[in-house]
Structures are given as C-alpha cells and as structure tokens.
Design a protein around this ligand. Structure first.
Ligand code: SF4
Ligand code: FES
Length: 252
C-alpha cells in the first residue's frame, strides 16, 4: 500500500468569466515510480476529466509540462512524487498566458522572444544542398550544443523575479538563445547588432543576478555562464571600440 497523497490543484477556466479561481483537492494512492504527470493523468481519468494540463513527450524533452510544484517551477514528467511530501500543491507557471488550470501558453511567449531577438542564423550565404557540409571545430560545436539544449519550458522565466516586474525582460532563456548565435561562426551579425538587443534594460542590464533561472532549469543549463559570457563580450567590445567574437562561455 503506497502513501496517500493529497494534490491541491489550482483550477480556473478563463473562458468561464463567472467562475472564480479556486484550489481543488484530490486524494490519490502513490504507486512505484509515480511522477506528477502520471498522477495528473490518473486524476483526470478517474476523478475529473475536465482537469487541464499539458504534456507531449513525457521524457523532459518537449518542455510542455512546466508547472509550479510545491512552490518551484519544474517539469511534471521529471518530478517524482517520492521526492515530495504527501501534500503536493500544483499551480500554473506565472508570466505566461493561462489557458486553463495548469495549462499555459509558453509557445506565444517564446515565439515573441524569437522575433524580438532574431533567433535564427543570419547569413547571406545561399544554402547549396549539393555542397558537403562544412565542419565546425568540436569545442565550438559543444558550446553551441550546450545552449541548444534549452527546451523552452519556461521554468527559468517563471522563476525570474525581474520578469515579474518587467515583462519585456528577455530573461535567461533569451540571453542564452542570443549567446548561441554569438558563438556560431556562421552568423554574420556583428556584436553591434547583438548588443542592440542585449545591451539594454530588457537584455543583460535587466538581470539582477538572483540565480532563480539556473537554480530552476530542469535541463541544468549553465545559464549564469552564458550571462557572464555575454557580459564579457560586451565589455571587450566596449574597450576595443568594435570587439571580437571571443571564445565562448567557460573561456576567456
Ligand atoms: Fe527551460 Fe532551462 Fe530553457 Fe529556461 S533555459 S526555458 S528553464 S530549459
Ligand atoms: Fe515533455 Fe514533460 S511532457 S517535457
């Protein structure tokens, strides 16, 4: 017989304007290997089919299942009930548009971020599929890969105190995304163009250094290292008058 768990879950449907938000409690018996995703699925199947929450991959890869679990932003599919007390509170991630109960629209936020930061490779070279791919040195590839591991779950944004008081702050996810292109030797944007976005109050100067992002990233991205890299590149560019691409996070 497993532990008796009590889930206290935020319930609210924004399209039903007459019904105020509330907390609803559900009891569930814990089973071996249970994670929050499994628990929510069981609650929906056996107790309340109207409960809204998101998931796709169930393996911490798609970034859909971010929610606030016992006060911390986490992935539901990666959080096991055995690591939590018997009373578990679940809230939707703040900052993002609430779709209902635990479901939020992180996609719209990250799409806006991509458009604001130009989060794609900027090159004047036409793609030629007959030409063999160019090799990139392993060290650069690794550093780009580190930044690319972001699954856009939004946990770092939800945990960022600055985003709560300054909604246009691009946060660690945005700075990490731009660092990825600064590192890429194929990107033809100069530092000046990167710094148009990064060198503002909504960019690197907006960071208060509270570390909520890195402490809550379920993929353990080295977000503070990326911030430090961008700061170093800006300082170097400022001192040199124009700047150079630099060596990337963890170096220089
Ligand atoms: Fe999620 Fe980490 Fe990416 Fe932030 S940096 S969106 S916490 S994976
Ligand atoms: Fe994909 Fe949790 S369901 S990250």
């Amino acid at each position: 017989m497993g532990r008796r768990l009590t889930f206290e879950i935020f319930r609210y449907n924004p399209s039903e304007s007459g019904t105020p938000p509330r907390i609803q409690a559900f009891d569930l018996e814990e089973t071996p290997g249970m994670n929050i995703f499994v628990a929510l699925t069981r609650i929906r199947e056996r107790q309340d089919p109207s409960l809204k929450f998101d998931f796709v991959c169930r393996t911490a890869l798609c970034g859909s299942c971010g929610m606030v679990i016992n006060g911390r932003p986490r992935l539901a599919c990666k959080t096991f009930t055995r690591d939590l007390p018997c009373r578990i509170t679940l809230f939707p991630l703040p900052v993002f548009k609430l779709l209902g109960d635990l479901s939020v629209d992180t996609g719209a936020w990250f799409r806006r971020l991509s458009l604001r930061t130009g989060a794609w490779l900027h090159t004047s070279r036409a793609f030629e599929f007959r030409v063999p791919e160019e090799r990139m040195d392993n060290a650069t590839t690794f550093r780009i890969y580190e930044a690319e591991r972001c699954i856009e779950c939004g946990c770092c944004i939800a945990a960022c105190a600055k985003v709560h008081i300054q909604p246009d702050f691009i946060g660690a996810a945005g700075i990490n995304r731009l660092a990825r292109f600064m590192l890429d030797p194929r990107d033809e944007r100069g530092e000046a163009r990167f710094f148009e976005v990064l060198g503002t109050e909504n960019g690197i100067f907006g960071c208060l250094g509270l570390m909520g992002c890195e402490d809550n990233c379920p993929k353990d991205l080295p977000l503070q290292l990326q911030l430090a890299y961008v700061r170093r590149m800006m300082a170097r560019a400022g001192l040199a008058g124009n700047g150079s691409r630099g060596d990337g996070p963890g170096r220089g």
